[in-house]
Write a protein of this length. Structure first.
Length: 204
């Protein structure tokens, strides 16, 4: 236990004493992974887990009033792994229970990530984000709907800035819907926790 605590403290300290941070005209690369469970407002009893790779462009100098002052970043995500754990659709007349579950595999791309990196001088850099993308899956998500869906999300998180790398931790609300491609279109709403490791680097 003491060894584990010491290792965690050492890792955190390596991200504190010097920081590579968001800069005007700079870029961000990141590998991230997140997962969560469905909440009210759509099809329930569903969980998701995904992995993505991000590239971002920091487009502005700090703007805004007071604590909202920050830099605007535009980013794109490739999402090669998107797993959905959802209930099996039981045909009428067959036996089954709502505990029956199916794993659906997929992937996608998020071409629209609008990120506001709040200006900070310390090693902790908060951010806000709105995102949108497309998801393609091997089976219908939710069951009985479509294998093509659109994703929209909003997130709040923090970067832990290190000398050459940064860690990120965020909470994200993710909506999955086929936008009327099929009927019905109940959608899925999830709350995710996402972790990332990456780096900010200056303009070229």
């Amino acid at each position: 236990m003491k060894f584990t605590l010491a290792a965690v403290l050492l890792l955190c300290s390596s991200f504190i004493f010097a920081q590579a941070r968001p800069e005007d005209g700079g870029h961000e690369i990141q590998l991230w992974s997140g997962g969560g469970h469905s909440v009210s407002g759509g099809r329930g009893d569903t969980s998701v887990w995904n992995v993505g790779l991000r590239y971002g462009w920091i487009l502005t100098r700090p703007h805004g009033p007071g604590f909202l002052k920050g830099r605007f970043e535009y980013a794109v995500d490739a999402v090669p792994v998107f797993m959905v754990f959802q209930p099996v659709l039981i045909p009428v007349g067959q036996t089954g229970t709502t505990s029956d579950a199916s794993t659906v595999y997929g992937g996608g791309v998020n071409p629209l990530n609008l990120k506001w990196n709040l200006a900070s001088r310390g090693s902790v850099a908060p951010y806000l984000e709105l995102s949108g993308g497309t998801l393609f899956t091997t089976h219908e998500v939710p069951p009985g709907t479509s294998t093509v869906n659109f994703t929209s999300s909003a997130a709040v998180g923090v970067h832990l800035l290190g000398d050459s790398k940064s860690l990120s931790l965020e909470v994200r609300y993710l909506h999955i819907s086929n936008a009327g491609l099929t009927v019905p279109n109940p959608g899925i709403n999830t709350v995710q926790v996402r972790l990332g490791i990456g780096k900010f680097f200056g303009k070229h």
